[in-house]
Write a protein that binds this ligand. Structure first.
Ligand code: LFR
Length: 476
């Protein structure tokens, strides 16, 4: 059979990429054809995404993707995944009628506090949606938009989450995708449609949303890019974390806990049922869903955002691979910090200076801040390792499962200090895979939709044969 070519558009909060997947002889090979930085920008009191420039980068990437193919070959399909929760408000013509805020904007604080302070409502919304009250939820964002701009309910007729919006720009079709819908705190945790109760509580007009479509739906051919005129837009799980989890070379018999380590550390697993109740709510368990509708309980641990933002305070921050390796080596030779930071402290969500926030946190615990960058690196890796282990422990208690391995993907899987700290704190071997998890999961879902691969289990089996992890065994 001749090879099949697909393009994955994978947009993250700090960088985006377009990757071409070639499926040939039951194996996937990938080529990154375009990579670009992404960042939140502030205007006045608020934080936004630059949607126009992201769209320009997507177009550039797809043009490069088409140009990278052998003569006469075409891209069969394209799929888009992005970070969760953020969205675009549109009118019927598809015009943007409100700026696209970034989820770290502090505008949600008042709504969040009000829900956190009303115990009965908090429990009710968790029971209805399976999503805990976290500052970035689309629910709080939309509630704030409606409350502070009441005219928006006349101006906007549709709410598309970011992967839905890019799917629309590509195909001309407005849909809400299932996986991304499950990140909003507005989807019914027991069903496959929106939760009337949550929409009412947050005052989100139900007409803004349509019943979410599952992964694999074909949205039509790409419009406006002549090189891709024959390419089909496939609704993949629009949420990057869902795609990354789909790319986990998991054992078919279970026993694996997943860690997608990037800006966030996303610790979770696949389960037959949601994990609900007061303890799960207190532990901030988010019952995200796969693109097929299964449950994927997970906890957001703050992740390498801690490090990314701490580096802002150091002009000598590493940029090249060699410099990163030297920093990790220096951090590894330092003695283990006497006092770790509690990575669940909300003070680390979006401070003006991360270094100052860490120093203040340590001071409050009567501990001394590190003296140099390597010390911060060591402190952050060890503290994140402990944060990962705490979540794994809670998940074992909640689910009654015993996990045997941690499967780790994402940028953090390259950081041996972080991998080892996670193994040590959890007491489980960490299998770290060098793979662009989100893009690979995005491609896997396209191949399944194109019927080149039977199902996810078949894809994972083929990936397991192809990949060799680095294994970190717990010390001691
Ligand atoms: C990771 C991620 C997380 C989500 C966070 C905010 O990129 O998608 O899963 O909780 O971004 O959207």
């Amino acid at each position: 059979m001749s090879p099949l070519y697909c393009a994955a558009v994978d947009l993250g909060a700090t960088s985006g990429r377009v990757i071409v997947g070639t499926w040939s002889d039951h194996q996937l090979t990938t080529t990154e054809v375009h990579r670009f930085p992404n960042a939140i920008f502030s205007l006045g009191q608020h934080d936004y995404w630059n949607i126009t420039s992201l769209w320009a980068e997507v177009r550039t990437g797809l043009t490069k993707a088409a140009a990278s193919l052998p003569k006469g070959a075409t891209l069969s399909s394209v799929g888009v995944d992005t970070w969760g929760v953020d969205h675009a408000l549109l009118n019927d013509e598809g015009r943007l009628v409100f700026p696209t805020h970034a989820y770290r904007d502090a505008r949600t604080q008042a709504g969040l506090n009000s829900l956190l302070n009303t115990r009965a409502a908090l429990a009710r919304i968790y029971a209805a949606t399976g999503i805990p009250a976290v500052f970035f939820n689309s629910s709080f964002q939309l509630a704030e938009t409606v409350a502070s701009n009441p005219a928006i309910t006349d101006l906007a007729t549709r709410c598309l989450f970011l992967p839905d919006y890019f799917n629309y720009l590509l195909s001309g079709k407005m849909t809400n995708g299932f996986a991304i819908a499950s990140t909003t705190q507005l989807l019914d945790v027991h069903g496959d449609d929106w939760s009337r109760e949550a929409l009412d509580y947050f005052r989100v007009p139900p007409t803004w949303l349509t019943k979410p479509v599952k992964t694999g739906s074909k949205l039509g051919r790409v419009k406006g890019l002549p090189e891709l005129a024959k390419t089909t837009v496939v609704a993949v799980p629009g949420h990057d974390t869902t795609c990354a989890y789909d790319a986990m070379p998991a054992a078919p018999e279970g026993g694996d806990i997943f860690l997608s380590s990037g800006t966030w550390s996303l610790v979770g697993f696949e389960n037959d049922a949601p994990i609900l109740g007061p303890e799960a709510l207190a532990a901030r368990v988010a019952n995200d869903r796969t693109g097929r509708g299964e449950y994927r309980p997970l906890v957001n641990v703050i992740g390498l955002w801690l490090l990314e933002r701490t580096l802002d305070a150091f002009p000598s921050r590493p940029t090249k691979d060699r410099e990163w390796r030297a920093l990790i080596k220096a951090a590894a030779t330092l003695p283990a910090p006497k006092c770790l930071i509690d990575v669940a402290d909300p003070a680390f969500a979006n401070p003006k200076s991360m270094k100052a926030a860490i120093d203040a946190h340590l001071k409050a615990r009567k501990a001394k801040p590190p003296r140099e960058l390597a010390g911060y690196m060591r402190l952050i890796c060890d503290s994140l390792g402990q944060g990962h282990a705490d979540v794994i422990q809670r998940f074992q208690e909640f689910s009654g499962k015993t996990f045997h391995r941690v499967l780790m993907v994402g940028g953090g899987a390259k950081n041996r200090l972080l991998c080892q700290a996670t193994a040590n704190a959890s007491g489980l071997p960490v299998h770290a895979f060098q793979l662009e998890g989100s893009a690979i999961g995005n491609l896997a879902n396209q191949l399944i939709a194109l019927k080149a691969v039977k199902n996810l289990a078949a894809f994972r089996a083929s990936l397991s044969q192809q990949l060799k992890p680095t294994v970190y065994t717990p010390a001691g």
